[in-house]
Design a binder for this molecule. Structure first.
Ligand code: PLP
Length: 374
């Protein structure tokens, strides 16, 4: 049996998505910038996809731009905001994805931007009182960048509250929504989001395509120069099939959102219960009662020789999961997120992440194998 419990890392493409993309690969090859019939046809596919994205997040068409991935979207927002909105200070958290953290670190170095990392508690919740105090105290041009749901431990911010704080102090709010788009309803208007990033391969779409929402209040100039694509924002011939694949994946995710949530939360609850029943001294990282991503279960295993090699041992048994560590200079270290929540170094973190296509049989098999391995 092969089990895939690494859906926070990437997801499989659904049949509907593959079908749409294959049709476009075969039939719709025109360059969307061409004015003839073939070009107009592919252009209309892109604009149709833009419509679907805009409707999903309650944005207007002129506020949605396709990018190659969320990493690019986040780079685009952060670098352009510093360059053109004259941002001097970025308030973020130590548990953001590296594509945000490394970009703000780059901006601190190259553009002398002040970067403030909000305190996070042991469950990974950024301190919103601190955020409000910081915004009240100082008036330097500030951008707030906080992710909606954490990709490692699943902790979610209170989007409404964060948006309200940013609105009160009139600062733009950038939200990395990579782990939540298609899984949770997001309304950029009611949440006061100024910039938002997403990536298709996290919601059963293709890799290499994402989008960025940029509020009309903060229009930014070109990020990639050399052509008029994406209304001059991002030059380069569009990846039409991937854009249409993103659209289809989003459509299906939104249509099945409630059903998918129920399936996933069932799997998560069952997994928690079975792990707690069968393995001693186990605990769970991140929020567990509310404000957590249903598809992510970050498990803290007790120290011991058997748990050291857990990811590899599960892999040998046909089960793909992620560890909460990264290899740096040949030494395995807890990831920056696991370190930020002060998870005990001697314990081992494994992230199980689910999709609606996982089954209870796969879960039972995984528990069985875990019991054998530990
Ligand atoms: N932000 C978060 C929260 C993520 O989980 C990821 C991917 O793991 C990214 C950004 C980067 O996305 P992409 O692979 O589209 O660059």
């Amino acid at each position: 049996m092969r089990v895939y419990f690494d859906n926070a890392s990437t997801t499989s493409m659904t049949d509907e998505v593959v079908e749409v993309m294959c049709r476009i690969f075969k039939e719709d090859f025109g360059n969307p910038s061409s004015i003839h019939w073939h070009g107009r046809k592919t252009k209309s596919l892109i604009e149709q996809a833009r419509k679907t994205v805009a409707k999903t997040i309650n944005a207007s068409l002129s506020e949605v731009f396709f990018t190659s991935c969320a990493t690019e979207a986040n780079n685009m927002v952060l670098k352009n905001a510093v360059e053109y909105l004259h941002i001097k200070r970025i308030i973020t958290s130590p548990t953001e994805h590296h594509c945000v953290l490394h970009t703000v670190q780059y901006l601190a170095k190259s553009r002398h931007i002040e970067v403030i990392y909000l305190h996070v508690d042991h469950k990974g919740n950024p301190d919103t009182d601190q955020l409000a105090n910081l915004l009240e105290e100082e008036s330097a041009e500030t951008l707030v960048s906080l992710m909606h749901g954490n990709n490692e431990i699943g902790t979610m911010i209170d989007l409404q509250l964060t948006g309200e704080i940013c609105k009160k102090y009139k600062v733009p709010f950038h939200c990395d929504a990579v782990q939540t788009i298609g899984k949770y309803p997001i309304d950029i208007q009611s949440s006061n989001i100024s910039f938002l990033s997403a990536s298709a391969h996290k919601f059963h779409g293709p890799k290499g395509i994402g989008f960025v929402y940029i509020s009309n209040d903060y229009m930014l100039p070109a990020y990639i120069h050399g052509g008029a694509q994406e209304r001059n924002m991002r030059a380069g011939t569009e990846n039409v099939a991937a854009i249409a694949g993103l659209e289809k994946a989003l459509e299906v995710s939104v249509k099945d959102m409630d059903k998918n949530y129920k399936n996933i939360i069932n799997l998560r609850n069952l997994m928690k219960q079975q792990l707690s029943n069968s393995i001693n001294d186990i605990s769970f990282n991140g929020n567990q009662d509310d404000h957590f991503l249903a598809h992510i279960l970050s498990v803290s295993f007790p120290p011991g020789p058997k748990t050291e090699m857990l990811v590899m041992n599960l892999d040998i048994n046909g089960i793909s999961v992620s560890s909460g560590s990264a290899c740096s200079a040949g030494i395995e270290e807890d990831s920056h997120v696991i370190q930020a929540i002060k998870h005990p170094k001697e314990r081992k973190t494994i992230r199980f992440s689910f999709s609606p296509y996982n089954t209870i049989e796969e879960l039972n098999y995984t528990i069985e194998k875990l019991k054998e391995v530990i």
